[in-house]
Design a protein around this ligand. Structure first.
Ligand code: PLP
Length: 360
């Protein structure tokens, strides 16, 4: 007899995993919106230094990292949630907030994990189409908020479309939403967003909106995707307490904590990398434009490219992979007929543009 699993297991969509890990070193990895830079040497050393003491569990209060984030952002440590990647906090938020009869609202297409939250909890997901510029339509989202709504997710900048909405529009949304609704502003890519000004700008909203949560990560701009560290700056302590309540006590390992803490000490180098990434993105966009291809207005470390009519997306993605260039097919991310391409090194970007040109 087969094992009998919970009903929800049949509802939960499989996360669209990236492939190509078996292909070896000569591959342009442009499929997962990672940093093309390795972590800084000081960060690697900090992680290595703690490995000799891993007979001990990590500090379950995560005091050092929480304290450093508190100092950097001026948010009390009790209002900072940490997680095994920001995904961990997102899933915990789903568990803490949602249940059958509850609703959540988010724009679509957006981050592929959002549909998981409804499927896992039995809540109803309301997916609101993006506007004509592939941005969140916050008016349409606000119109979908009901007495049953517990959670609204705004992915800003949005994965996969790379677009951002200005913070005054986000504030307009907050004004229309009742205070019992938790609003998560998923800012995994906010450090790359010129539209948002700087990563401090949304902090101003936290002071005014206790139901707001800014979800951030060390996976992108800090080049630590492999160590899995995310954090949330919360408008009130309740959110942090609730997401800690539904998780195991030791969700952040010692190497991850040490690396993240060290990464925060090298802000100048991080900002230089942001500038280089944006310059590389502009060059990538220019290369695509020479091929006659337009992209959505990007505020992130990736671009979203609509394919010309008649091009079969799956064949194109396969052709690129066969030539050592990995990108994401739009179909896996919620909209067929598009590609999501991470900004790599200038050489990787040039290889992508050249290969794409040959295939088209
Ligand atoms: C919009 C968005 N949010 C959250 C995440 C999760 O990142 P992590 O769990 O690595 O912090 C990602 C990862 O790609 C993302 O694109």
């Amino acid at each position: 007899m087969a094992i009998e699993f919970a009903q929800r297991i049949r509802r939960i969509p499989a996360y669209p995993l990236a492939s190509g890990y078996e292909l070896g070193p000569d591959v342009a990895m442009l499929a997962s919106n990672e940093s093309c830079f390795a972590p800084l040497p000081e960060v690697v050393q900090a992680a290595q230094r703690v490995l000799g003491a891993t007979n001990r569990y990590p500090d379950p209060s995560y005091a050092a990292l929480r304290g450093a984030l508190s100092e950097r952002y001026g948010v009390a440590p009790g209002r900072i949630a940490l997680g095994h990647g920001s995904c961990d906090i997102l899933l915990a938020a789903g568990e803490a907030l949602l249940e059958p009869g509850a609703e959540l609202v988010y724009g679509w297409p957006a981050f592929s994990v959002y549909p998981h939250l409804a499927a896992a909890s039995g809540a109803r997901a309301i997916e609101v189409a993006l506007d004509a510029h592939d941005r969140h339509d916050l008016d349409a989202m606000a119109a979908e908020v009901t007495v049953a709504t517990r959670l609204a997710l705004i992915c800003n900048p949005n994965n996969p479309t790379s677009t951002a909405v200005a913070l005054d529009a986000v504030e307009g949304f907050l004004e229309r939403v009742p205070r019992h609704v938790c609003v998560i502003l998923d800012e995994a890519y906010c450090e790359f967003a010129l539209t948002l000004g700087d990563p401090y700008a949304s902090l101003e909203l936290l002071r005014r909106w206790p139901n707001l949560v800014l979800l951030r990560t060390f996976s992108k701009v800090y080049a630590l995707a492999g160590l899995r560290v995310g954090y949330a700056l919360c408008g009130s302590e309740d959110f942090r307490v609730a997401v800690d309540q539904v998780r195991q006590p030791f969700y952040l390992n010692v190497a991850a904590q040490a690396a993240a803490l060290e990464a925060l000490r090298h802000q100048d180098a991080v900002e230089r990398r942001v500038t280089q990434t944006i310059a590389a993105r502009l060059e990538l966009e220019a290369g695509l434009s020479e091929l006659g291809l337009g992209v959505a207005e990007s505020d992130a470390n990736f671009v979203w490219l609509a394919l010309p009519e008649g091009v079969v997306e799956a064949e194109l993605v396969r052709g690129l992979a066969e030539r050592g260039v990995l990108v994401r097919a739009g179909e896996a991310l919620g909209r067929e007929g598009a590609l999501r391409v991470t900004v790599g090194t200038p050489a990787e970007n040039a290889r992508f543009v050249r290969t794409l040109g040959e295939l088209l």
